[in-house]
Design a protein around this ligand. Structure first.
Ligand SMILES: NC(=O)C1=CN([C@@H]2O[C@H](COP(=O)(O)OP(=O)(O)OC[C@H]3O[C@@H](n4cnc5c(N)ncnc54)[C@H](OP(=O)(O)O)[C@@H]3O)[C@@H](O)[C@H]2O)C=CC1
Ligand SMILES: O=C(O)CCC(=O)C(=O)O
Ligand SMILES: [Mg+2]
Length: 407
């Protein structure tokens, strides 16, 4: 009988052999990539466990489809059901620009307190990359997922609230802002939310024998938000992980730049420099911990470095539940055309299987995806850059991965 995933008293997951997992197909190209991904995950589980394990996907309403059917963009019942099921996978959802409702994707993360957005960027052989040494790219972003400018505290120019804040700023700082044309946005960054994110990033580095964790911030300019992110992050590293972590100045003073075996170098980089560093010296960067906006920006850059958004997976992880989703958005111009690369959601599904400790199935998915790329039967985004490649549709790419997994 299908059953929900539960939490053990120590916080680990208890996954039954027939778990129910929530799924939200999403908007735009979301249904295309979800329809290609679902059979891949089902086939992987069936093959890895000889039919003894099976996922039942339960579709949950959210986004445009939900609004048309129920009048609600993100029903509370969907959030409750994800809480109860503990694990879900979703396609992207549309957010209007400069007007309209706030992001449903961000709302899911905030409402479920999925505080860590984890986005690996690892080069897959055969994928075209704009970088000269793509094989050196193996980074994992830990993006704070609940606060920063994404908190959604903002007022439009000319509103009473904006004028009130502008008055307050004038009184407190003596600085005049143009009262009628200035829009106001608030950037909250807290010690608690920073430290739980950085803690998770360093713990990941310890558990996976990674070489460094880099705190990416703009603390020279935004001293009490991004600068505080750095200070609070360093505090976690140097107190809670003192046995593992070594700071860069000590690394050079005492070890001539060569980290002692088993240590994790805790670095910090100002955000603008960080963009050129990862491009020019990818081997020097490993785990990256960043506030929400920096994490969003660097995610798409790292995705481009390993082949584009079509191959960029992600996970939103909290204490009680987790929601897996691609890094990219709805790519609306391709919606319903069965064209885009489902690889990003397929690899997010592999992360989900790892999260459930179904590593054999996760490995099958990753291996088959690599084989499909090696066979040069790929979607448009890769086909346009791989000499001699044949373009296949989104669904065909998924079917090909299924075939490659089937004995
Ligand atoms: N988590 C979420 O649900 C997210 C939602 N969004 C939302 O999505 C909407 C569109 O955002 P936009 O800025 O255009 O960004 P998108 O990520 O949707 O698309 C940008 C470009 O990336 C490429 N791309 C995206 N997905 C794929 C894929 N699966 N396979 C191959 N290439 C892909 C395409 O490039 P090319 O044109 O070169 O083919 C596409 O035009 C917005 O409403 C935004 O708010 C955005 C990000 C995340
Ligand atoms: O929610 C959105 O519309 C955009 C979110 C986004 O870009 C991201 O999470 O990477
Ligand atoms: Mg983004």
């Amino acid at each position: 009988m299908p059953d929900s995933i539960a939490l053990n008293p120590d916080g680990t997951l208890h996954v039954p052999d027939h778990p129910i997992i929530g799924c939200i197909p999403g908007d735009g190209t979301g249904p295309d990539i979800w329809n290609a991904t679902r059979p891949v995950l089902e086939t992987a589980v069936d093959t890895a466990y000889n039919g003894n394990r099976q996922i039942t996907f339960e579709e949950l309403p959210a986004g445009e489809i939900s609004f048309k059917q129920t009048g609600e963009w993100l029903p509370l019942s969907t959030l409750d059901r994800i809480r109860a099921l503990r694990v879900a996978i979703k396609g992207p959802m549309t957010t209007p620009v400069g007007k309209g409702m706030r992001s449903l994707n961000v709302a899911i993360r905030q409402e479920l307190d999925l505080f860590a957005c984890i986005r690996p960027a690892r080069y897959i052989r055969g994928v075209p990359s704009p970088c000269s040494r793509p094989a050196a790219i193996d980074m994992v972003i830990f993006r704070e997922n609940t606060e920063d400018l994404y908190a959604g505290i903002e007022w439009p120019s000319g509103s009473d609230e904006a004028k009130e804040i502008i008055d307050l700023i004038r009184k407190k700082t003596g600085k005049s802002l143009a009262p009628d044309t200035t829009g106001i946005g608030i950037k909250p960054i807290s010690r608690e939310n920073t430290q739980r994110l950085v803690r998770k990033a360093i713990q990941f580095a310890v558990d996976h024998q990674r070489k460094s964790v880099t705190l990416m911030h703009k603390g020279n300019i935004m001293k009490f938000t991004e600068g505080a992110f750095l200070n609070w992050g360093l505090e976690v590293g140097t107190t809670e992980f003192a046995d593992h972590v070594i700071l860069e100045d000590r690394l050079w003073k005492e070890f001539n730049g060569k980290p002692p075996k088993g240590s994790i170098v805790l670095k910090d980089r100002i955000a603008d420099n960080m963009f050129q560093q990862v491009l020019l010296r990818p081997e020097d960067y490993d785990v990256i911990a960043a506030p929400n906006l920096n994490g969003d920006y660097i995610s798409d850059l790292l995705a481009a470095m390993v082949g584009g958004l079509g191959l960029a997976p992600g996970a939103n992880i909290g204490t009680d539940c987790a929601v897996f989703e691609a890094t990219h958005g709805t790519a609306p111009k391709y919606a319903g055309k069965d064209k885009v690369n489902p690889g990003s959601l397929i690899l997010s599904g592999a992360m989900m299987l790892d999260h459930m400790e179904w590593h054999e199935a996760a490995e099958l998915v990753r291996d088959a995806l690599q084989q499909a790329i090696a066979a040069k039967q790929v979607t448009y985004d890769l086909a346009r850059k791989i000499p001699g490649a044949t373009e296949v549709s989104c669904s065909e790419f998924g079917r090909q991965i299924c075939r490659l997994m089937t004995p």
